[in-house]
Design a binder for this molecule. Structure first.
Ligand code: PLP
Length: 388
């Protein structure tokens, strides 16, 4: 098969692909081959499901949010509880999948990038369990914003490398991790945290996150006997959203809504460009470089977005909206006081929009919000924001 035909597999319309040095392309080809083989291997699937159940704590509930439903006085709101996973967010679903793959590929050293620290914590956690060396790259600014997560990773045995280059943000951590991989690819597995980067990462991470909608679809049919009117999820790189959408993409009556921070409106305002080895809608400056963004939630602070979201946007299959940091902060408090659930600030963006939407819909409508993570990590920051 020619390279050109092979590459088409990693495309969603014009988006995706693999724009990387030849040396790195070889690593991606091997990764793709292994992923394509093991994702259908019954033993691999059984092991993945075993750890999701026994270690992550799946299946997690689809909780009917009675009180915010009453408050919105419109559509019924259900919460898919990724916040209840071990390590407190959806990221572990993907980490377990990739680390099992890394083990089969004979890797001993895992590298990862992290923004809010959630992916780093999930990776460090799994590396401890699977006896892997763990290096986590994190932007310097993010290490300051999420100091406790840095310590958490270190307690778990990971080495956190603070990246001073550029803005000291997530995108700079990604660059540093890619440089490491180019130098050390023989023994190193790059465990990417979202549906971004060159092929096969967007496809592979989606595969491991699709468990979210596989469960929620079964759960909503059991509870309501019908599919939801809309599925709402926040988008940073786009992994919790694509996982929450995956099993509904072919159900044309189900609205798919991605919620971006108004401070980093990648899909709403982005243009098509290549960053970090793939093409997507992205915020770039006059020189064509990824633009620094400033969301209150570090986890949503990425100037690009998964290629499949870029395609879902352009094709009109999914809608993308924005919510401001202030609105997210309000939703954080609302969900806490009304439901006794502290959402991650990232997830609070989705909650905020879902409540707005619920008010416009009827009592027959159902909204599933993907509650991507719990808010314990953000309590200190919320305290500061509310007391400034
Ligand atoms: C990392 C993170 C996000 C954003 O990442 P996606 O890949 O867009 O899902 C959202 N919510 C939480 C809780 C996170 O930790």
């Amino acid at each position: 098969m020619s390279r050109e035909v092979e590459m088409k597999k990693g495309y969603f319309g014009e988006f995706g692909g693999s724009f990387i040095p030849e040396e790195l392309q070889k690593v991606m080809d091997i990764l793709e081959e292994n992923f394509e083989y093991y994702k259908n291997d019954p033993e691999f699937i059984a092991e993945y499901n075993y750890y999701l159940k026994e270690y992550v704590g799946r299946e997690n509930p689809l909780t009917f949010a009675e009180n915010i439903t009453e408050y919105a006085n419109g559509a019924k709101i259900y919460l898919k509880r990724e916040d209840l996973n071990h390590t407190g967010a959806h990221k572990i679903n993907n980490v377990i999948g990739q680390i099992l793959l890394a083990k089969r590929m004979g890797a001993k050293r895992i590298i990862a990038e992290t923004g809010a620290g959630q992916h780093g914590v999930a990776t460090a956690t799994a590396c401890a369990m699977f006896k892997m060396e763990c290096i986590v790259y994190m932007g310097k600014l993010d290490t300051e914003r999420q100091a406790l997560n840095v310590f958490r990773m270190e307690v778990l045995g990971a080495k956190v490398i603070s990246v001073d280059a550029g803005q000291g943000r997530l995108k700079d951590a990604v660059d540093a991790a890619l440089n490491d991989l180019v130098e050390n690819y023989q023994h190193t597995f790059y465990l990417l945290g979202s549906v971004v980067g060159p092929h096969p990462f967007p496809t592979m991470v989606k595969h491991f996150q699709s468990i979210i909608s596989e469960e929620s679809k079964k759960q909503i049919l059991e509870k309501e006997g019908k599919l939801p009117t809309a599925v709402v999820a926040c988008t940073g790189g786009g992994s919790n959203a694509i996982g929450a959408f995956a099993h509904y993409i072919d159900e044309e009556d189900v609205r798919l809504i991605g919620v971006e921070p108004a401070e980093a409106p990648t899909l709403t305002e982005g243009v098509s460009a290549v960053i970090h080895g793939f093409r997507c809608l992205t915020l770039i400056d006059e020189e064509g470089n990824p633009k620094p963004t400033y969301s209150i939630s570090a986890g949503l602070d990425y100037p690009g977005i998964g290629p499949e979201h870029s395609y879902l946007k352009e094709s009109g299959r999914a809608e993308y909206v924005t919510v401001t940091g202030d609105e997210a902060l309000e939703a954080f408090q609302l969900l806490s006081i009304k439901e006794g659930i502290l959402p991650a600030l990232e997830s609070a963006h989705a909650i905020s929009y879902a409540i707005k939407l619920a008010k416009e819909l009827s009592h027959d409508d159902i909204i599933i919000v993907n509650l991507s993570g719990r808010g314990d990590k953000d309590v200190e920051q919320v305290f500061k924001l509310l007391n400034k």
